[in-house]
Design a protein around this ligand. Structure first.
Ligand SMILES: NC(=O)c1ccc[n+]([C@@H]2O[C@H](COP(=O)([O-])OP(=O)(O)OC[C@H]3O[C@@H](n4cnc5c(N)ncnc54)[C@H](OP(=O)(O)O)[C@@H]3O)[C@@H](O)[C@H]2O)c1
Length: 250
């Protein structure tokens, strides 16, 4: 099997890290399904860019929390190209930035439910083809607050910590099926929707706290995702890769 025939599904690929990842995986020879929820034009633009560069891609709409929609999306990909070989679960469901004392259970529990439900639903949908073919790459997006508390980030951090532990259980269970499972954990990333709402002063503080002297770009994160996605990267599983320029060291 050559790299050219592998199929990748990138969730939340109409923006930020997901869009950069879709472009890079296509450049590396994979057929890429560009998942989105609302931003149809942006998703179609990612597909156009990939095609213009000589790659193969399709835009596929589905709410990653919705079993029926995700099932239909994976069927659509399967009908066109066959089973998904590489899942990059990247979609960012909303969360509030607040202290614990100001937060309601609905806010914290809602983020936990969205994060884990989406990971569960998308993984369940791609797994039958991976186990049948005895190969696969599952890659999830973590975040620094999933490892180290940051003020106001309890909802995101608790959800990402749960996602990381979920991925380790999968690594243990799915290793015998030839499937690797890893997490890519960025620090703050420029040119994403979140970066547009962060104040310049806070960005300057983040840069000052980063030994490599700048914020990550979506491409920095995409390259690490592509490393895990590579067919020749067959013996790393259950790991988390920090992509934060040294801002957090564990
Ligand atoms: N940005 C950062 O600084 C940063 C730092 C650490 C970790 N991360 C992680 O990296 C991942 C990507 O973040 P990002 O900042 O690049 O994202 P982003 O620019 O905010 O884009 C979010 C993407 O998720 C999609 N999405 C949202 N809800 C969805 C749903 N229910 N179903 C399907 N797609 C959905 C959006 O699609 P539509 O627009 O089409 O709805 C969009 O493509 C996330 O898991 C995030 O936690 C980001």
């Amino acid at each position: 099997m050559t790299e050219a025939t592998r199929v990748a599904l990138v969730t939340g690929a109409s923006s930020g890290i997901g869009a950069a990842t879709a472009r890079l995986l296509a450049e590396r020879g994979m057929r890429v399904a560009v998942n989105y929820l609302r931003s149809v034009q942006a998703a179609e633009q990612v597909v156009k860019d990939i095609e213009a560069a000589g790659g193969e891609a399709m835009a596929v709409r589905a709410d990653v929390r919705d079993v029926a929609a995700v099932g239909a999306m994976v069927e659509q990909i399967g009908a066109a190209w066959g089973g998904v070989d590489v899942l990059v679960h990247n979609a960012l469901t909303p969360y509030v930035i607040k202290t614990f004392q100001d937060m309601s259970w609905e806010e914290l529990g809602g983020k936990l439910d969205d994060e884990l439900r989406a990971a569960f639903v998308v993984t369940k949908a791609v797994l039958p083809a991976m186990t049948e073919q005895h190969r696969g790459r599952l890659i999830y997006l973590g975040a620094v607050p999933g490892h180290q508390p940051r003020v106001g980030m309890i909802a995101l951090g608790t959800a990402k910590a749960a996602l990381t532990q979920f991925s380790r259980f999968l690594a243990q269970e799915l290793g015998p099926h030839g499937i690797t499972v890893n997490v890519v954990e960025p620090g703050p990333v420029a040119e994403t929707r979140m970066s547009h709402v962060v104040a310049d002063e806070q960005k300057q503080r983040q840069v000052a706290a980063t030994p490599l002297g700048r914020l990550a770009l979506p491409d920095d994160v995409a390259r690490v995702i592509a490393f895990y996605a590579g067919e020749d990267n067959a013996f790393m599983t259950g790991t988390t890769a920090a992509v934060n320029g040294g801002m957090a060291m564990y």
